[in-house]
Design a binder for this molecule. Structure first.
Ligand SMILES: C[S@@+](CC[C@H](N)C(=O)[O-])C[C@H]1O[C@@H](n2cnc3c(N)ncnc32)[C@H](O)[C@@H]1O
Length: 207
């Protein structure tokens, strides 16, 4: 299987990513509590871009099954080495090809949708693989809302191979993409201090 430049980037930094301390533990815990409040014990959940699996491991006890996917073999290897409930499965898969076992009651994508190659196609896949009434819960960086000096800094880091390629959209444009995919927004808030990284919950209409 060919490993893309993007996968190589995440494979290379996976060890450091796993070792980094969480920047804002209170915000992360508050977000997990909010996600958990939306899930039912009978739910079948899919998480895209799960990284080293910490979120999956914390939230899996609230649901029936939690399938966590990531396109980085190194991220998945680290995730599989962690102790987890028996209802968690880690799978190596791109966000475009992660939907075996669907449809799902909930799909989650934390800090990943700005990284996928084709965001509208990924949103269409997410929509298609949710049950009617199912929720898509995301937290997504909206780089176009960052101050110019930060955007310039990230461009330099990207050119040096120290930062991945990202979709540059505003929060308003991201909301519009969710609408365009067919979702209705049921909640939006910010956990932590970056309004450019909103947490958004959307629902697939019943029919
Ligand atoms: C910023 S990390 C976020 C990890 C985790 N969700 C979190 O919030 O800590 C982004 C993750 O998305 C994965 N990723 C990036 N592009 C992806 C894609 N197209 N399909 C699947 N995973 C992807 C990377 O390998 C990495 O593990």
């Amino acid at each position: 299987m060919t490993v893309s430049k993007q996968q190589k980037f995440w494979n290379r930094i996976a060890g450091r990513y796993a070792a980094r301390p969480l920047k804002d533990v209170a915000a992360y815990d508050a977000m997990l509590a909010e996600v958990a409040s939306r899930l039912k014990p009978s739910d079948k959940v899919l998480e895209l871009g799960c990284g080293t699996g910490g979120t999956a491991i914390r939230l899996a006890p609230h649901v029936s099954s939690w399938t966590a996917t990531d396109f980085s073999a190194e991220m998945i290897r680290i995730a599989r080495d962690k102790p987890a409930e028996a209802n968690v499965t880690f799978r190596l898969a791109d966000a475009q090809n992660s939907y075996d076992g669907g449809p799902f009651d909930a799909i989650c994508a934390f800090n990943v949708l700005h990284l996928v190659d084709d965001q509208p196609a990924t949103l269409a896949q997410i929509f298609a693989n949710l049950k009617p009434g199912g929720v898509f819960i995301s937290k997504t960086w909206c780089f176009a809302d960052l101050k110019l000096r930060f955007r310039l800094l990230f461009s330099v880091l990207r050119a040096a191979g120290l930062f991945p390629a990202v979709t540059q959209h505003t929060v308003a444009e991201f909301r519009q993409s969710l609408f365009d995919a067919g979702f209705e927004i049921i909640d939006e808030r910010v956990f932590g201090k970056y309004r450019q990284n909103p947490y958004i919950v959307v629902r697939k209409p019943e029919a």
